[in-house]
Write a protein that binds this ligand. Structure first.
Ligand code: CTP
Length: 397
């Protein structure tokens, strides 16, 4: 599996003619399984149309710190969730801004708001490239750990020959692969379930719940970005992250059937799905008609997938369950941990604001079978995913 699978890369496109080559870089990164988040500066937008990057990348192009429909703070969201920020091409201007810590636009603000590695691919005319100011900026950036993909010699814009041409797309992609490395879960197979199951009443109606699948998807994305082979069994396949093997399911029975096949050789199983505890005993094959009156729906228990996996848990596997509670959080979760033979349970009090179902944030208590407890404060679901996998790896070691 490519070290790029599931990795989140912010691709900054600045105003150099070589921006046309960044289109190919974007495509190759996506083809290798990376999740590419494109950010264009005003100069970059003069070189290549936004539509091209929006069509090829994993998300639409972002260009501004303001008026983002999803968040008032796009730079911190992107910076915190990135595995790497790639500036390709990097103009002399952006190199200078990164050096001085100047927040001139969305891209430079994102670079300031990240702890992820930053890689720059300078491209400019030979005269600009050779300027002591540019070379000094690069030397300072290299000293600080910024990764530099050096330009090559050859034909430049306007027909000139010389040094300063953007490295070839394959070279840039190889540099990204090398920088991201194999990840600390490279030897793991992680099985994750996500979303609420839908138990049919008839051909069009179902018994379901409010789970959005966000927390399970964040665990899958995090595991993939750490190099694991990830199988994601989800009722929300359209919002599944890239770089994972997606198994779309609807019902508890379908989820159980996939888990039965995929769990035995998984090193970590994270059961984040909100599985319905009951399903209608008999689902009508066609749509029930209103004129026939209110149906009597008899509910029967579904299979407890997690308990089944716990009973058959192979040696060396870490089994993680979730407990969404409204009362006696720790006591109820501790009981589930023991009852279902789990190694770790992620407990959350869903009666608190911004916690659990449908929110992009969560606040959890991690309880391990060995008796340790770790409280994770209200954070983005990706941060929670990181803490869950860290705890699972800690349990394995
Ligand atoms: N779970 C499962 N199969 C079910 C029900 C739940 O695998 N049929 C899993 C969930 O994915 C979650 C964990 O079990 O990881 C906890 O589910 P929960 O519904 O809270 O546990 P229950 O034992 O059903 O307890 P209760 O509903 O009484 O709180």
């Amino acid at each position: 599996m490519s070290s790029l699978a599931g990795r989140r890369i912010v691709l900054g496109i600045t105003g150099g003619i070589a921006a046309y080559k960044a289109v190919e870089v974007c495509r190759q990164l996506v083809d290798a399984g990376a999740h590419v988040v494109p950010v264009m500066t005003s100069g970059g937008r003069r070189m290549v149309g936004e539509t091209t990057f929006s069509a090829l990348a994993s998300e639409p192009v972002r260009t501004s710190l303001f008026d983002d429909p999803e968040t008032p703070i796009p730079h911190t969201k992107m910076g915190q969730s990135a595995d790497l920020i790639l500036v390709c091409p990097a103009t002399a201007r952006v190199l200078s801004d990164i050096r001085t810590g100047r927040s001139a636009d969305l891209l430079t603000a994102t670079i300031l708001a990240t702890r992820a590695p930053v890689m720059v691919c300078p491209a400019m005319h030979t005269e600009m490239w050779e300027q002591p100011s540019v070379q000094e900026n690069l030397a300072v950036l290299a000293d600080r750990g910024v990764l530099i993909v050096p330009p090559e010699s050859g034909r430049l814009a306007g027909g000139d020959m010389g040094h300063g041409r953007l490295a070839e797309p394959a070279t840039v992609v190889s540099a990204v692969e090398a920088a991201l490395g194999a990840g600390d879960m490279a030897d793991h197979k992680v099985l994750v379930t996500a979303g609420g199951t839908r138990e049919p009443i008839d051909a069009v109606r179902y018994v379901g719940n409010r789970s959005s699948g966000k927390q399970g998807h964040a665990v899958a994305a995090e595991a993939a970005s750490r190099g694991a082979e990830v199988v994601l069994v989800t009722t929300q396949p359209t919002t599944a992250p890239s770089g994972v093997r997606v198994m779309p399911v609807e019902t508890a029975d379908e989820m159980a059937a996939v888990c039965e096949i995929e769990a035995p050789d998984a090193t970590v199983v994270v059961m984040a799905a909100a599985v319905a505890d009951f399903r209608p005993a008999d689902a009508a094959g066609s749509k029930l008609k209103k004129a026939d009156g209110a149906p009597d729906i008899v509910l029967v228990p579904t299979i407890d997938i997690l308990a089944t996996l716990g009973a058959a848990k192979p040696a060396g596997q870490t089994l993680v369950g979730f407990a969404a509670e409204t009362d006696d959080l720790v006591a109820n979760a501790t009981d589930k941990l023991a009852r279902k033979n789990l190694d770790l349970i992620v407990a959350n009090d869903v009666s608190k604001p911004n916690v659990g179902f449908e929110h992009s944030t969560n606040e959890v208590v991690l309880l391990l079978a060995e008796g340790t407890r770790h409280d994770v404060p209200l954070s983005d679901k990706r941060e929670i995913a990181r803490a869950v996998l860290d705890a699972a790896l800690g349990h394995l070691s």
